[in-house]
Design a protein around this ligand. Structure first.
Ligand SMILES: *Cc1c(COP(=O)(O)O)cnc(C)c1O
Length: 817
């Protein structure tokens, strides 16, 4: 150890200085010269030059955090859907143009470099992207926060579309190295599995376990236009013994390596298929692996500056992004009680002040539970702790509720019906100081329906924090044409205070601004058309209405509702080609979970409908249907700015919030949507006349179901809908395999239509007709689009994080002097 100060170069960011840094990094970091360098080497050298400029801020932030002995937030998430980092870091540092010029002076095109950076796709959809937006906002607001998760070697699969079908390919995103991360091999914790427990006096010991090491990889998260930076710490599994030397010496090489591989599988890939027992067990191991390492790390950091646990809960807040990290609760209890010798009561008091939990879904089948038998085998000590928490909780409830046995069965942490299972959401609620939903409607339904008993018991525990998105990535970075137009009129401060967009309202009637706005949108449409040209080989009319539904493929999101309307429209065009149709390009993008048959069939149907429609000479450019493959953050950044219309058409009561809806409206798309999730708040913010709302509300859905919903009757009574459904059933779109889509037909018509697609069809078609009518009036349409952008202030994740910090975590921003 030494206390000598380092002498290092202060880096400025002129074009010349950047050029020198890139050259130095190419020589001394990558180890190549300009002659032998590949594009990836340039990206690496440029990324390292940028990273160097973040490090000084990072050191400063960390030093100030220790000096001010701040309370820290630990944001635990199984998913962080970060996307690319290069452009984001350049914009945060305010050196985008300097870097572009520095690279140009070296003969390198920056756009070409940014296009080859792989996405960090360590997530699945909205939940993972929310975590990434939150990291950006925490850093920007100077909230001392850490993201904690898993460094999957293989992220979310890459989706290829072959003959219209989804084919999953591995996403080895680390192939070319990751210049943004700092490996910290010295930061490692042992994580145990299996074994058994023994009582020794007062203490319980967990023995005879197998173990794996968790080692840390740190990524700097820059705040926008501030010195504050945060850290995303991702854990990677390392076998505790590199090789089984015994087996190795016996000449059993295969087994010697297998053991190592088996234990390292835990950080191998995102979402192992949980349709098998082995897949579920791996998933449970992943969940425990990352929360155990994180709880050990958090205790170590606290103990660096505190000699007792007296102020623990004043200095630490742990947030659970859905239930996947809930094992952090029994793990922290175990560490405090078994390892650090706190009494149960003291430990529990800390735990219940430290934790908070966000619920992300109301759908019962999506609420996580774990088989008691599996927990007993893999985590026997944790199961004991969960049983003890449950015993104390139920005793308390029983006393309060006058021994209401039915209620106790409902709220128990253990589901006793059939095979016994631990209800992870119940554990999260019992241990948390605050529990929140992600939109006003969702939070209401959460306390009315799935957690009604808990809301009665703990009325002050439940709250709402509506989701948000970071305007840095979703407007400044994704849409250069729109953001520079906005800058010209209201300055650039909206990046830090999105409410400034309200000033655009005054420009709504300014013809010059309207034209420029339309032109900015057109630029994004041309950019997309250009990129799609390779993929689709179809000519798109950039002046057509670009209609987008971009999100995971799921029945509740109702891509089928959209597609049925496309088919009806197609039939109408064919019946009446002379009519003055508003040209539309209907785009879909999204991945289907690999074991979700129906979702994959829906993708195939979109493809088959596209084949038919796109090649029908009668239709021409009046209608095109496109499925854009491999939806992820970078594809979203390309598509969303090009949208005129945003499809947010989930059955009311099923989409907890939606954040795609916010990104699209922020980019000047008009929403067609149901009164679901955050759509309701978006409607309030942009004005009812600037959004197309249709369909059953959540209460009407309940009423319809209660009164006996009969989809076949809808089918029989609506001739256009019936024709479309019959075409699906009889192979009109799949002459090579006429029965391919018969399950889709039966699901909708005969098997209950669980998501009420047919019930909302007529209202949807009517709303789509209003869309056409408005689009024809270019000026009216653009005015509405401007109102949408202007109303998006409250959907910045800066607002969201401000609410979490104040009302849930009770943390303040770092004082940067
Ligand atoms: C925002 C986002 C989502 C969430 O979209 P929803 O429409 O809210 O489901 C999913 N995936 C990616 C890549 C995103 O950027």
């Amino acid at each position: 150890m030494t206390t000598v100060d380092l002498e290092f170069d202060q880096l400025n960011s002129t074009v010349d200085a950047l050029r020198r840094s890139i050259s130095n990094r190419m020589m001394y970091g990558v180890g190549k010269d300009a002659v032998t360098a590949h594009p990836h080497d340039w990206l690496h050298a440029a990324a390292l030059a940028v990273r160097d400029r973040l490090v000084a801020r990072w050191m400063k932030t960390t030093r100030l955090q220790y000096e001010q002995d701040v309370k820290r937030v630990y944001y635990l998430s199984m998913e962080f859907l970060i996307g690319r980092t290069f452009t984001n870091a350049l914009l945060a540092l305010g050196i985008h143009d300097q870097m572009r010029d520095a690279l140009a002076s070296l003969g390198v095109d920056m756009q070409a470099l940014t296009d080859i950076e792989p996405d960090a796709a360590l997530g699945n959809g909205g939940l993972g992207r929310l975590a990434a937006c939150f990291l950006d906002s925490m850093a920007t607001l100077g909230i001392p926060g850490f993201g904690y998760g898993i460094r999957y070697e293989y992220g979310m699969f890459r989706q290829e579309i072959i003959n219209g079908e989804q084919v999953e390919a591995p996403d080895y995103w680390l192939r070319a190295g990751n210049p943004w991360e700092f490996p910290r091999p010295e930061i490692k914790y042992m994580v145990h599995f299996g074994g058994r427990t023994v009582q020794r006096g007062e203490q319980v010991e967990w023995i005879d376990t197998e173990h794996v090491n968790a080692t840390a990889y740190d990524t700097v998260i820059p705040g926008y236009a501030t010195d504050a930076t945060n850290t995303l710490r991702l854990w990677s599994a390392r076998a505790t013994d590199e090789l089984d030397l015994g087996a190795f010496n016996r000449g059993d090489y295969r087994n010697a390596v297998d053991t190592k591989n088996m234990s390292e599988n835990v950080s191998r890939l995102l979402y192992p298929d949980d349709s098998t027992q082995a897949g579920r067990e791996l998933r449970l191991r992943q969940e425990y692996f990352f929360v155990s390492a994180t709880m050990q790390d958090l205790i170590r950091r606290y103990q660096r500056t505190h000699s007792t646990f007296g102020r623990f809960s004043e200095k630490v807040a742990v947030h659970l992004n859905d239930t996947h990290p809930v094992l952090a609760i029994p793990e922290l209890m175990r560490l405090l009680v078994d390892i650090h010798n706190l009494s149960w009561d003291k430990a529990w008091k800390h735990v219940t002040q430290i934790f908070s939990y966000t619920n992300h879904t109301l759908m019962p089948e999506a609420l996580e539970t774990w088989d008691v038998e599996m927990l007993a085998r893999l985590l026997p000590r944790h199961l004991e702790i969960i049983f003890e928490i449950n015993a104390q909780f139920l005793k308390h409830v029983s006393e309060q509720s006058g021994h209401d046995a039915e209620m106790i069965r409902r709220i128990s942490l253990v589901d006793e019906y059939g095979q016994r299972r631990v209800r992870m959401a119940h554990l999260a609620i019992v241990a948390s100081d605050k529990v929140n939903g992600v939109s006003k409607l969702h939070s209401q339904l959460m306390t009315r329906d799935i957690f009604a008993d808990f809301a009665q018991l703990y009325p002050d525990r439940f709250t709402n924090v509506t989701n948000g998105i970071t305007p840095r990535r979703w407007l400044a970075q994704a849409s250069p044409s729109m953001s520079s137009l906005i800058d010209q009129h209201i300055g650039s401060h909206w990046r830090s205070n999105l409410f400034e967009l309200e000033q655009l309202r005054n420009l709504r009637t300014d013809s010059g601004f309207i034209d420029a706005f339309r032109e900015a949108k057109r630029q994004s449409k041309l950019r997309l058309v250009h990129r799609l040209a390779h993929h689709t080989k179809l000519p798109f009319n950039p002046d057509a209405l670009f209609d987008m539904q971009v999100k995971r493929i799921h029945e509740y999101k109702r891509q089928l509702l959209n597609l049925l309307h496309v088919i009806v429209r197609y039939n109408q065009i064919r019946a009446n080609p002379e009519h003055d149709w508003v040209p539309r390009v209907v785009m879909f993008a999204g991945k289907a979970a690999s074991a979700y048959r129906m979702a994959k069939t829906i993708i195939k149907l979109i493809g088959d409908v596209g084949q038919k429609v796109n090649h029908d000479p009668l239709v021409g450019d009046r209608l095109k249907v496109v499925f854009v493959p491999n939806y992820g953050v970078s594809v979203a950044e390309l598509m969303i700015p090009a949208a005129d219309l945003s499809e947010q058409i989930s059955m009311a009561g099923t989409e907890a919030s939606g954040t795609g809806n916010m990104k699209l409206a922020l980019n000047g798309a008009l929403t067609i949507g149901t009164m679901d999730g955050a759509n309701i708040e978006i409607c309030d913010a942009v004005g009812r006349e600037n959004i197309f709302i249709f369909g059953h509300s959540a209460d009407e859905v309940d009423d319809l179901r209660a009164s006996g919903y009969r989809p076949r009757q809808v089918y029989e009574e609506n001739a256009e809908l019936r024709m479309a459904l019959d075409q699906i059933r009889t192979g009109f779109f799949s002459p090579d395999d006429p029965l391919r889509f018969s399950d889709i037909f039966h699901t909708l018509v005969d098997w209950g239509d669980h998501y009420m697609v047919l019930a909302d069809f007529a209202a949807f078609a009517k709303a789509q007709a209003e869309v056409d009518a408005r689009f024809v009036d270019k000026r009216a349409w653009t005015e509405s689009a401007i109102e949408n952008v202007a109303g998006m202030g409250q959907f910045s994740s800066d607002r969201t994080i401000g609410e979490y910090a104040r009302n849930i975590w009770h943390v303040s921003s770092l004082n940067l002097e």
